[in-house]
Design a protein around this ligand. Structure first.
Ligand code: DHB
Ligand code: FE
Length: 279
């Protein structure tokens, strides 16, 4: 049976792509951020996932404001970066697994999530850069199943609903009758706001409380409405919903094998966690 071997949650910021393209990993601005991924590389070398369920938010690339699904799942055999010049200039294509995607879709629909299914899907920095941070040689050793949660246009799904989606993903993976080792990767957050009067807003206290809650009290953030989450973490900080769905997929108990928090990367408080389910 397929098994979820871990969860990784990380921020995604287009400027990371430029830093990778220019080889700035040792630059004083970037070093504390990139160094945070070293323990992740060690863990991945041992854990050897076969499949990544990648939970992220599209930023107006694959879905624009005219058509905005709340939840969507990719079912393509390949995904290509098309980030309008943001991020790394060229990246190898990402291998999908259409058959496995459809198994996930069928299970989620069965569990009453009415999804948009995408047999073609362009992927942006929220997908590509975390993959490049996990596998810096860009020889992706995994197949990827993208799951998108809308955090760019109101109304957003509630934190409670995203938690339930994550739980449903966990149940779906447990039903896969293959021996694949599955990593759940959630990208977004932590606090940041790119626009409006509060542009540049960061809330370290809330971010650290949220990171603690991922281990000690994982449904803590579900007490907040999305509007309250925006107040606490910024208009784009609400991307932490990806972390919540990822955490929910991991089951009741987890241990944190690694965490990093660094302010700022561009306008963002960047966070990173590696979580392992505890039986
Ligand atoms: C930034 C952060 C994001 O999450 C994003 O999608 C785009 C830009 C930033 O901090 O620059
Ligand atoms: Fe973003």
């Amino acid at each position: 049976m397929a098994k979820i071997i871990g969860g990784i949650t990380t921020s995604h910021v287009p400027a990371i792509g430029r830093a990778i393209a220019k080889g700035l990993q040792q630059d004083p601005y970037w070093k504390p951020f990139f160094d945070g991924f070293r323990p992740i590389h060690q863990w991945l070398a041992e854990a050897r996932p076969d499949v990544v369920v990648l939970i992220y938010n599209d930023h107006g690339l694959n879905f624009f404001l005219d058509k905005m699904p709340t939840f969507s799942v990719g079912a393509a055999s390949e995904y290509r970066n098309a980030d309008e010049g943001w991020g790394i200039p060229t990246l190898p294509a990402f291998q999908g697994d259409a058959a496995l995607s459809w198994q996930l879709i069928e299970s989620l629909v069965e569990q009453e999530f009415d999804l948009t299914t995408c047999q073609e899907m362009k992927v942006d920095h929220a997908f590509t850069l975390p993959m490049a941070l996990l596998w810096p040689d860009q020889k992706w050793p995994v197949r990827v199943i993208p799951v998108c949660i809308n955090t760019v246009q109101d109304p957003l799904p509630s934190a409670k609903r995203c938690w339930k989606l994550g739980e449903a993903i966990g149940r779906a993976v447990a039903q896969w009758d293959i021996d694949d080792r599955v990593l759940v990767l959630g990208t977004g957050g932590l606090s940041h706001q790119l626009d409006g009067e509060r542009a540049g807003f960061i809330n370290k206290e809330c971010d650290l409380r949220f990171m603690d809650s991922m281990v000690d009290d994982p449904q803590w953030a579900t007490q907040f409405t999305t509007r309250e989450l925006v107040e606490h973490t910024g208009t784009q900080g609400v991307e932490l919903l990806m972390w919540l769905a990822t955490r929910a997929a991991l089951g009741e108990k987890v241990q944190a094998l690694h965490r990093n928090y660094h302010i700022p990367i561009s306008n963002t408080a960047s966070g990173l966690m590696l979580l392992e389910p505890v039986a």
